[in-house]
Design a protein around this ligand. Structure first.
Ligand SMILES: Cc1cc2nc3c(=O)[nH]c(=O)nc-3n(C[C@H](O)[C@H](O)[C@H](O)COP(=O)(O)OP(=O)(O)OC[C@H]3O[C@@H](n4cnc5c(N)ncnc54)[C@H](O)[C@@H]3O)c2cc1C
Length: 188
């Protein structure tokens, strides 16, 4: 069974930073991620929501200025904006993965990365499964950086069309006229 000084479960912003810091201290570290490196911060949280926000603000300001000069504003393609957001998310994710690859080459004995769902089976043992195989590892220390999930409120029905959660499977319906963001998340 492989042994590590530290296993970090979850490669979102906090897990990623924790793993990098542990390498600074020359700890043999394993980072485990079940979905995408970058977590909610990149995929369906801060980066994507603020890219939507910035692009919407730019588009609104552009249309307002054209109206001021009596110029007819061209229609804006929601699909194009959506693909800009996806591009920003993909760029950031690629950056993180490239950074991790560089670290894995330059400090190979300190950083290991595994894709899969980690589950604690004892105080120092973790099972990682990725659908193909199961692997047990040992860790002196474990950091749970598994983030949060949307919390459902009984008085607020969520249909994922008008009212959406930030769940990764969320697919925005075409061309909403306006949007508002409220965060309500529970620890996993
Ligand atoms: C819509 C929205 C907008 C936001 N806007 C902002 C903002 O503007 N500014 C800001 O600072 N913050 C913002 N946030 C909050 C920010 O995204 C989170 O605080 C941040 O992502 C938390 O990082 P984390 O690493 O703790 O968790 P996460 O980013 O959730 O990462 C956890 C990771 O753990 C993985 N994981 C979970 N369980 C397991 C397991 N058993 N095995 C392996 N991997 C596992 C998940 O796949 C995920 O990748 C926003 C969040 C949302 C939802």
């Amino acid at each position: 069974m492989e042994k590590y000084d530290l296993v970090v479960i979850g490669a979102g912003p906090s897990g990623y930073a924790a793993a990098m810091r542990a390498i600074d201290f020359k700890k043999k570290t394993l980072l485990v991620e079940k979905s995408r490196v970058g977590g909610a911060g990149v995929t369906n949280g801060a980066l994507s929501s603020k890219t939507w926000w910035e692009l919407s603000r730019e588009a609104a300001a552009f249309r307002k200025n054209l109206r001021r000069y009596n110029i007819h504003a061209p229609s804006i393609s929601y699909r194009e904006i959506q693909s800009e957001v996806q591009k920003a998310v993909a760029e950031r994710k690629d950056m993180l993965e490239e950074h991790m690859e560089i670290i894995r080459k330059s400090a190979a004995k300190y950083l290991d990365f595994k894709e899969g769902t980690a589950r604690l089976i004892s105080q120092n043992e973790i099972v990682i499964s990725n659908g193909i195989k199961k692997e047990k590892v040992y860790a002196d220390n474990i950091i749970l950086a598994t983030g949060s999930r949307p919390r459902y409120l009984p008085e607020l029905p969520i249909d994922e069309k008008i009212v959406m959660t930030a769940h990764p499977s969320m697919k925005p319906s075409p061309s909403p006229r306006t949007s508002r963001s409220r965060t309500c998340r529970a620890s996993a």
